[in-house]
Design a protein around this ligand. Structure first.
Ligand code: PMV
Length: 309
């Protein structure tokens, strides 16, 4: 039996502006994990993927080409095994919230690749795993940016520029983040399309905001590398104001951001697409408890505290 895990992710800085060529920073969230267990199955069964939480059971040889779980299993087996349909049972579980911008699809795919590699005693670099997972991200998201598979397979912060690439970078002093869910469901596609319309109607209004976000992201990377948490917190606050000006925040997000600050967070902002979803706050060991309480009192449906190092 082999067991492997992969974390979730959040976007720390630069969401939306990244669509317009400015940089973004994403970090792994190790507090939540997808897990995959590979065990020998019955003779002749082929590969069976079981997801007990989702009450799903998939027989590989019956699965469609574009089924994401089947796709990642087939891609991985083509590299690590001479037999494309060995008798194996793969059990998948995950604590990464689904459809909340936390990379649940990429986390599950990464855990499966890692578990199969271990089972077949085959070594793949993080980059090779990331490239495999990207191919299934296309099935989940249509036109994925590549952020999720990269940050999740490297398990390090990444600095990402669309069409140019990404760099893994180092954290000068560990960052403690509280990630709170508004409970409001939004569609990334819809928010991105809405901003695109407004951007095209009035580029002169939006370009300076996007440019400033780009500067904030570049500065944020430097402060993360230097371990300057107070300054980083102030940049999160500024990034949130800029996202409000882009019209992608909402009252629920603004309320949680204000609550985190009143609880003593060093900074707070929405994270991901907006109009709902998650916000993040930079906290310390001293403030994490108070911020958690303030967030829940302000309506957060879930609070995850995670350390980035
Ligand atoms: O849904 P998330 O958290 O992965 O965030 C989407 C980020 C956007 O910048 C809004 C869109 C994108 O494709 O980068």
């Amino acid at each position: 039996m082999t067991l492997a895990h992969a974390p979730g992710k959040v976007i720390l800085f630069g969401e939306h502006a990244v669509v317009y060529g400015r940089p973004a920073i994403a970090v792994p969230v190790t507090q939540v994990q997808a897990s995959a267990r590979v065990e020998p199955g019955e003779a002749g069964q082929g590969v069976v993927v079981v997801a007990p939480d989702l009450e799903r059971r998939m027989v590989l040889r019956e699965a469609a080409e574009d089924e994401p779980l089947a796709c990642i299993v087939r891609l991985t087996l083509s590299l690590v095994s001479a037999d494309p349909d060995p008798d194996l049972t793969i059990t998948v579980t995950s604590t990464v919230p689904v459809a909340r911008g936390m990379g649940s699809g990429a986390a599950v795919s990464t855990a499966i690749v890692r578990a199969l590699c271990q089972h077949f005693d085959y070594w793949l670099t993080s980059r090779a795993i990331s490239d495999l997972v990207f191919q299934t991200e296309v099935l989940y998201h249509g036109t994925p940016s590549g952020i999720d598979n990269t940050v999740i397979s490297f398990e390090k912060p990444i600095y990402y520029v669309k069409d140019e690439g990404w760099e893994v970078f180092w954290v000068g002093a560990p960052l403690l983040l509280a990630i709170a869910d508004t409970g409001v469901v939004s569609s990334t596609k819809e928010v991105v399309a809405n901003l695109r319309q407004r951007y095209q109607a009035e580029p002169a209004l939006h370009v300076p905001v996007l440019d400033r976000i780009g500067e904030v992201v570049a500065d944020a990377r430097a402060y993360i590398e230097q371990g300057q948490r107070e300054t980083l917190g102030r940049l999160m606050d500024e990034n949130h104001v800029l996202l409000q000006r882009l019209g992608v925040s909402c009252p629920e997000l603004d309320r949680l951001v204000a609550a985190a600050r009143s609880g003593g967070a060093l900074g707070a902002k929405m994270s991901g697409a907006g109009w709902g979803g998650n916000m993040i706050a930079l906290v310390t060991e001293e403030t994490r408890g108070r911020v958690d309480i303030m967030l829940r009192l302000a309506g957060a449906t879930r609070v995850i505290v995670t350390e980035v190092r």
